[in-house]
Every structure is written in structure tokens, then in C-alpha cells.
Design a protein around this ligand. Sequence first.
Ligand code: E4P
Length: 226
Amino acid sequence: MIYMLDTADVNKIRRAYDLYPISGVTTNPTIISKEKSEFIKILKDIREVIGADTMLHVQALGIKAEDIIKEAEYLNKTIGGNLYIKIPVIPEGIKAMKLLKQRGVKITATAIFTADQALMAAMAGADYVAPYVNRIDNISGDGVGVVAEIRELFDIYGLDAKILAASFKNVQQVHNVALAGGHSVTVNPEIMDALLSHPLTDWSIDQFINDWGTVYGKDKLSSDVK
Ligand code: E4P
């Protein structure tokens, strides 16, 4: 399972990237807008925190293939590093994917709600496809089921494209996507913390610390005691 962080908050990225096995950061225009700061500066700050080798997925604006291509080239030139251009699965987006693939640009197909959209994006050259799990659930769909279908189709046709499941609102959705073979997930920092959190883990650690401290002294490490 590949974990990515779905945020443009540099401080939250710094903390989570330091703690967790995170392979990339994903953004979209809504996520970037929340930071209320200069667009390129936000991306450069993120790049500085995660380094050049870690994946950064940034969405191209525009709904015409020529605008999407212009955006992709501008972002690659300006941000650089291991950059994936997110492109929505609209007809002009699929055209842009085909053309950008020929130029060696890395592509994440986004705004995916059906397995057929994912399949066409993969055939057009997408490296990742991003189904929106919670948004599918919110319209009485089956977000995890869509992920499972995409995985089945990619396996049947031997496609190299990977799933980057997105739009999560709880840990159970992430858990079910992992079981469905979802390749990778992008989650906000709060869900990243929640994936690890368990009251009995905290309780057990408190008990270890108390029992140890009673005999060997509070805050002492094994290297401090005989
Ligand atoms: C990925 O980056 C998607 O754009 C994102 O996960 C959508 O999440 P939301 O449905 O919570 O807005």
C-alpha cells in the first residue's frame, strides 16, 4: 500500500512526512485554495519539504486539451521533481493524456466515478487513476466497489496504471480499499493519524511507562539504568 497525503498545508505535510511512510502529496484546486497563498509558492514549499524524489500530484487547470497541455508543461518546468499532472477524465482531458504521454509527462487521471472512466484513462496513458471513494458513497454508490472493479479490469488487461484512491472521510473506507487491492490511497493528515490511533495502544503504552517508572524511575531509558 502506498500512502499519500491529500493536503497543501505545509506544516501538516512536514509533520506527517516526518512520522509516516508517505510516498507522495496530492492537491487539487480546492485544496490549494484553502491555503489562501500564492499558488506556485505553496507548491515550491511542499517540494522543499518532501524533496525532489517524492511524488507530488498537481492538477492542471483548463478544460481544453491545449490549455491542459500548456499547464502541464508550465508546472513541470516551474515545480519539477517527481511531478504528476492531474487531469480530469473529460474528453479533452483524455486527449491531453494521450498527447502528454508521448512527451513523457507523468499523469494522474482524476475526478473518476466509474471503472470505465479509469479504464479509458489508463488506455490513454495515465500512470495513476484517482477514484473519489467518498463522493461515490455520498450519491448512494459503492466507492470501494468501484475501486475493486478498476483493479479487476487493470489485472484482466495487464495494464500498468495504478489506482490512487481518493476522497476519504473515514478509516473504514481506507481499510476496505486496501483489502480491495487499491494500490495507493491519498488521505488528509487527520485520517493518516486516525489510521494508527487506537485507545488500547495508548492505554498499553501508559501502563508500560507507569510500571517501568515505578521501579526504574520516571522518564528513564534502559540505557540510563543498571
Ligand atoms: C484528490 O486529490 C481528490 O481531489 C480529493 O481526494 C477529493 O477529496 P474530497 O472529496 O474530500 O474533496
